[in-house]
Design a protein around this ligand. Structure first.
Ligand code: FES
Length: 115
């Protein structure tokens, strides 16, 4: 990559170290937006505090549109519904930090198909 601003962006997000990418929908259709945003802020803070090498993206809609906030974790392809702050804490600690998905909260496990 020859554009230094793009390179700086990848460096800032710690892309080379990332092992997972977490998407969190913050509504407005699947949850109350304020609840989604509070969970998002918690997720960002907790990943930083624990130094977990995961990319994170705040999504406006993951196309389920009920039962949220929704979180999907790649490359695992694991979808969690109703992710409030308490659930987020456990998902971060067990799935993202310890590589043990929280089985009872998985709504769908669908890794993307390889070609
Ligand atoms: S608004 Fe959250 S999945 Fe559509």
């Amino acid at each position: 990559m020859s554009d230094p601003l793009i390179t700086a962006g990848f460096t800032k997000m710690n892309l080379p170290a990332a092992r997972r990418h977490v998407f969190l929908c913050v509504g407005p259709d699947c949850c109350v937006g304020a609840d989604g945003l509070a969970t998002w802020e918690f997720l960002k803070t907790r990943l930083k505090q624990l130094g977990i090498p995961a990319l994170r993206t705040k999504a406006a809609c993951l196309r389920v549109c009920r039962g949220g906030p929704w979180m999907v974790v790649y490359p695992d392809g694991i979808w969690y519904g109703s992710v409030n702050i308490e659930r987020c804490e456990r998902i971060v600690a067990e799935h993202l930090a310890a590589n043990r998905p929280v089985a009872e909260w998985i709504v769908c496990a669908q890794p993307l198909a390889a070609e």
